[in-house]
Design a protein around this ligand. Structure first.
Ligand SMILES: Cc1cc2nc3c(=O)[nH]c(=O)nc-3n(C[C@H](O)[C@H](O)[C@H](O)COP(=O)(O)O)c2cc1C
Length: 335
């Protein structure tokens, strides 16, 4: 029996639910070809950063507080030199044009910023360039001690509403997990016009260099363990928000992707695993996912999707406190 792997994400019919998220791999046309060769059903381009829109040269160097710039130290031959990555609006548009001309799969452009200036304008520019959808990466560290959570949240919603009303193509919103009421925020973002929620942005924490006595960006690629945060929230949100749910962070293996699907993700996205192992990892994950579905007698990905979401499981509380006390008490040191 062969499994029907087709899924719908942002209104696109995709061949299967394992796709590359924004990273240097999708910022280079040769790597895009390699990803398509490996079966990518859609791609998210790297972000055009707000700082670039403001013509601030190499915002990536000083974006620590915003987290925008910590891309310098990834240990992989797939990372282009920093100088070549996300270099500005004109080269971004060139990338969009090439990707659109050559990819033959949905191309999702990404905008990454913190304020309203330029967002709607560039959303329109990218729409006019023919991107199939837009992913808004709201990467914000709310560090102003005078700013309330309500103010931060209404900023997010206002931004999504403004961009939504400026464009007609599907809009996904990529956010971090740090809201007092994540579930309510997700619903409000969906109501504000997000067709998809990409969960979650991975916040890069600055490190302190004790030799140089300086604060340094420090990019460490993710591992599978990290997928659990998105897993919990996707499971909680599945069936409760209109927006499609995409899992990002910690998707490295077929098991990670399957767990995302069972929780309720429409698609699972990969960056670290592709940077670490190369584009072919996408095919390995997809094939492993299909094998597992076949072995477990699923007819389709859609049949499996959400089957272990909070709504579907007999013990919904497992996704909330996750047996907190029991988990803590079960630990015993190995020494
Ligand atoms: C080197 C590098 C560059 C990235 N660039 C972007 C970017 O431009 N825009 C964006 O939204 N996410 C960017 N990301 C984040 C990834 O798309 C992804 O959400 C994150 O790495 C978590 O997924 P992972 O665990 O598969 O790496 C980048 C990640 C890495 C490692």
């Amino acid at each position: 029996m062969s499994v029907d792997t087709r899924v719908s994400y942002l209104g696109f019919d995709l061949a299967h639910p394992v796709m590359p998220s924004a990273s240097p791999l999708t910022g280079d046309i040769d790597h895009i070809h390699a990803l398509i060769e490996a079966g990518a059903p859609a791609i998210v381009l790297p972000s055009l950063f707000e700082e670039q829109i403001e013509h601030d040269a190499m915002a990536v160097h000083h974006g620590i507080e915003l987290g925008a710039g910590a891309f310098g130290e990834a240990a992989s031959g797939y990372l282009p030199e920093l100088d070549d990555y996300n270099t500005g609006p004109s080269s971004y548009i060139e990338l969009v044009r090439k990707a659109k001309a050559e990819a033959g799969i949905p191309v999702i452009a990404s905008l990454n910023g913190v304020s309203h200036g330029g967002w709607t304008l560039y959303a329109r520019v990218l729409e006019d360039e023919g991107v199939d959808a837009l992913e808004l990466n709201i990467y914000r560290v709310a560090a102003d001690i005078e700013e309330s959570s309500g103010h931060v949240e209404s900023g997010y919603l206002h931004l999504v509403e403004s961009v939504r009303s400026a464009i007609r193509i599907p809009l996904a919103v990529k956010i971090g997990p740090y809201f007092s009421s994540m579930a309510s925020m997700a619903k409000r973002l969906s109501d504000a016009g997000a067709d998809g929620l990409v969960l979650f942005n991975r916040f890069y924490q600055p490190d302190i260099d004790l030799e140089a006595l300086q604060v340094r960006p420090n990019l460490v690629l993710s591992d599978s363990e990290e997928s659990r945060l998105a897993l919990r929230w996707i499971a909680i949100l599945y069936g409760r928000v209109q927006a499609d749910l995409a899992a990002t962070t910690g998707i490295h293996t077929a098991d990670d992707a399957l767990k995302g699907l069972l929780a309720g993700a429409s698609v699972t996205m990969m960056a670290s695993a592709l940077l670490r192992h190369g584009p072919d990892q996408l095919e390995i994950v997809r094939d492993g996912m299909v094998r597992w579905l076949e072995e477990n007698e699923y007819e389709s990905v859609n049949q499996a999707r959400g089957s272990l979401s909070q709504m579907a499981v007999p013990d919904p509380a497992a996704f909330e406190r996750a047996n907190y006390m029991k988990t803590l008490m079960s630990y015993s040191p190995s020494w």
